[in-house]
Design a protein around this ligand. Sequence first.
Ligand code: HEC
Length: 95
Amino acid sequence: MKKTLVTMAIVGLASTSAFAANTAACVGCHGANFEKAALGKSKIVKDMTKENIVAALKGYKDGSYGGAMKGVMKGQVAALSDADMDAIATQITAK
Ligand code: HEC
């Protein structure tokens, strides 16, 4: 019962502010505007095209993309749907 309530709370949060909830998890490594090289390793994501960001996120999820630290990103995108990734890429490139 307790677990169900927590799950419902998370789902409710995600549906009202999906983008805020998703990118809040990214800023610690990538910077508030994706202007940093995460952990000194990643590309500057804000300089990537939307298509490249979506391709990278999908690739991390299915294991077809990434460098030495791709394991870090696989954990970040595991719970994201294609629509979530598209929305995130749109937001990053809109800035
Ligand atoms: C724990 C630190 C960390 C967090 C949190 C994190 N990233 Fe990353 N990200 C990295 C690292 C390190 C890489 C480079 C991985 C590799 O070797 O391919 C990377 C790579 C990327 C890339 C591809 C850039 C490239 O170098 O090709 C994108 C796009 C990206 N991250 C988006 C995100 C998004 C969106 C989130 C939040 C949902 C996120 N990241 C959260 C550390 C992080």
